[in-house]
Design a protein. Structure first.
Length: 176
């Protein structure tokens, strides 16, 4: 829960909101939020998927392929550190969430100290922060205004574009 200060007709008021969505936030809110990310040296790892005009079924297998690809890069960056992976709870059914977690852990080395937590972005400010950064990055790749991307670009450690067929190919090799 966040408290946001709004100004209307010269009057200020505080409003409690569950989370700030990039696509619903105003220009000033986006600018202030993303400037805050930049000021605290928040590290951003981003994977942009070129779907190649394909529809990608939203299931634990497909989502885990995307997350595993990004996790493998994060592990290379942090090498032997203790890593807490905090992932936006993508699935609401417990069985889907469990399957996703099982598939994601296939990428993580056994000797690495790590934890994986699926959390609700409305209850975790860090996930909401990642969502806002993702929105700014997506706008860049969709050819929209880059001013928000420009605010966080110095914080981006990894930003890579991969095709969906490439992700599938890499993951089929790992499983077989």
């Amino acid at each position: 829960m966040a408290t946001v200060l709004f100004s209307e007709n010269g009057k200020q008021r505080k409003v409690n909101i569950k989370e700030i969505k990039f696509y619903h936030a105003g220009q000033n809110t986006k600018r202030q939020f993303l400037s805050g990310i930049a000021s605290v040296n928040f590290k951003i790892f981003a994977i942009i998927i070129d779907k190649k005009n394909r529809k990608i079924t939203d299931n634990p297998e497909n989502f885990s392929m995307l997350v595993r690809d990004l996790i493998s890069d994060i592990i290379k960056w942090y090498k032997n550190g203790n890593i807490d992976f905090i992932i936006d709870r993508h699935f609401h059914r417990k069985i889907d969430q469990s399957e996703f977690n099982r598939l994601v852990t296939m990428e993580i080395k056994e000797n690495l100290k790590y934890s994986i937590k699926d959390v609700d972005s409305q209850k975790n400010f860090l996930v909401n922060t990642a969502d806002m950064a993702a929105g700014a990055i997506l706008w860049k790749y969709r050819g929209k205004d880059t001013q928000f991307y420009d605010l966080i670009k110095e914080n981006i450690v990894i930003e890579k574009v991969v095709s969906w067929p490439e992700i599938k190919r890499k993951n089929i090799k790992k499983i077989t």
